[in-house]
Design a protein around this ligand. Structure first.
Ligand code: HEC
Ligand code: HEC
Length: 252
């Protein structure tokens, strides 16, 4: 007589312990949250930290493409590491190292940069080309830069750089306030292949752009001159004139 309730109790016990593993709402193993420092997949690290600005698959973002073999060939490991760890002050490029208040461990910073090189680095054979160095070795002249701009850039960016039929302004004071000299230099050397701006050699993916046909490749000095010309448009109060602060109702 006593046997039945005991058996029923053990069945219940079994059911209840087993049931705990699939209680409604309990996350499955795949859904369990991963501690951020434990993420080591390049795709996830890039997607979570870089793609918002540098674009999905490393291109077509607001900031320069990282999916750019020429850029990656010119940028040293130390340079990429420094920028990623420290960010670029006065621009939107954040610092990622934990020491600088970012959210990536040293290992993760290396993983994301190694991944960028592995995924997007290999260059087609370009041994005959000698692109200028990414870091400037010369001092630019605004006057020479103005002349070079007319020859090399106006067809797309307009006669004074304020915007043309093909591309927008590169002398806008707000744009220049948020962009470092180095980013301007990188753009002139490597172009914006994703958006249709040719590189130092006048080409996009190896094909000469018609607006650069017949023009010599840009060298270190010319690029410094162009950067000097662009940055001569920086102003003390970017974005001015500001909308009036006067209340229109105060006019009487
Ligand atoms: C909030 C936007 C933002 C995010 C997120 C971001 N970047 Fe940037 N990044 C920028 C901007 C803007 C610049 C250009 C800064 C300047 O003017 O020099 C830049 C510049 C860079 C440069 C230097 C480009 C040059 O001209 O040489 C590298 C390298 C770079 N970012 C890597 C990364 C990596 C790697 C990540 C992710 C771990 C990342 N960035 C995430 C906005 C961002
Ligand atoms: C064939 C057309 C073309 C020519 C020539 C050209 N650009 Fe551009 N440039 C573009 C396009 C397209 C963009 C993308 C932004 C846009 O559409 O305004 C761009 C973007 C830029 C940017 C911003 C880069 C960024 O990452 O935000 C700079 C700086 C720039 N150009 C400078 C120059 C300079 C300096 C020259 C001359 C050496 C030049 N460009 C020649 C088409 C051109």
């Amino acid at each position: 007589m006593i046997r039945f309730p005991l058996r029923a109790a053990s069945v219940l016990l079994l059911l209840s312990t087993g049931a705990c593993d699939w209680m409604p709402g309990k996350p499955t193993r795949e859904e369990e949250p991963v501690i951020p420092a434990d993420v080591h997949s390049f795709n996830t690290l890039y997607r979570n930290n870089c793609s918002g600005c540098h674009g999905a698959n490393g291109q077509l973002g607001a900031a320069r493409p990282l999916n750019d073999p020429l850029y990656l060939a010119l940028a040293s490991d130390e340079y990429l590491l420094k920028i990623t760890n420290d960010g670029v002050t006065h621009t939107l490029m954040p610092a990622f190292s934990i020491a600088n208040g970012g959210g990536l461990t040293d290992t993760q910073v290396h993983e994301v940069l190694d991944g960028i090189r592995r995924a997007w680095g290999p260059m087609a054979d370009s041994s005959s080309l000698t692109p200028p160095s990414l870091i400037s070795t010369t001092v630019g002249s605004v006057e020479r830069g103005r002349g070079l701009f007319t020859t090399y850039c106006s067809a797309c960016h307009g006669p004074d750089g304020g915007g043309g039929a093909v591309a927008g302004s590169v002398v806008d004071s707000s744009f220049l306030a948020m962009t470092s000299d180095q980013a301007l230099r990188s753009a002139i050397i490597c172009g914006r292949l994703d958006l249709g701006m040719p590189d130092w050699n006048g080409t996009i993916n190896g094909i000469e752009h018609r607006h650069r046909a017949g023009l010599a490749p840009l060298d270190d000095q010319k690029i410094s001159d162009l950067v000097a010309f662009l940055t001569s448009h920086r102003v003390e109060f970017p974005g001015a004139p500001f909308p009036s602060l006067t209340d229109p109702r105060d006019t009487d």
